[in-house]
Design a protein around this ligand. Sequence first.
Ligand code: URA
Length: 233
Amino acid sequence: MERIDKILALHNYGSRKEVGGLIRSGAVTVNGAPVKKPDLKIDPERDEVRVSGERAVLRRRVVLMMHKPAGVLSATRDGKGETVLDLLPPELYRRGLFPAGRLDKDTTGLLILTDDGDLAHRMLAPKSHVYKLYEARLDKPASPEDAEAFARGLQAGELECLPAELTFTGDPLTVRVRVREGKFHQVKRMFHAVGKEVTALKRLSIGKLQLDPLLAPGEARLLTAAEEALIFE
Ligand code: URA
């Protein structure tokens, strides 16, 4: 059970304060009856909530897409610096959210934040075969031999890498890599193993889910159920 003001704020009906005003004004009904108390506890997926007569589709769990900017940690709040959770506006923030898979502090791009541990597990387990696509800027051009080494599955120091796909763009210093693992500094270590250094790294997609080009760095939004399914396609 969740407070109705909290759950409505989470679903972008306004800040907690604005939602409180909405509730007190009588615009919100639960199972047909007007509610006046912002702290009323409801079951967001069972109770029928209407705002100004419109059915509100509410979820118990939250899955967000963020465009992670450089310079923030993919961690929950820990006092060691700004984290991706600090970037969330109050209406999207909720206790229990965590980044499903980490990007390095200087890595940018698609990051999923959720409070659903099962979803995170399914996304991250190598046996789920969820591929992540990165765009890497390198200090030297990658070669076709590098692509072959990536495809075979290379040994990056102690890290034994599963086969990965390296593709070229029009720019000799910019390449794309598709990997299905997410070990610490995975992509940077793979390039290091073939004598190149990554100077910038951006995650473009997870499975078939692409970073929304309308999200500016630092912005986040709720993921739709259809988008969530794209992760596993
Ligand atoms: N690989 C890296 O090296 N860093 C990331 O942030 C993600 C993948």
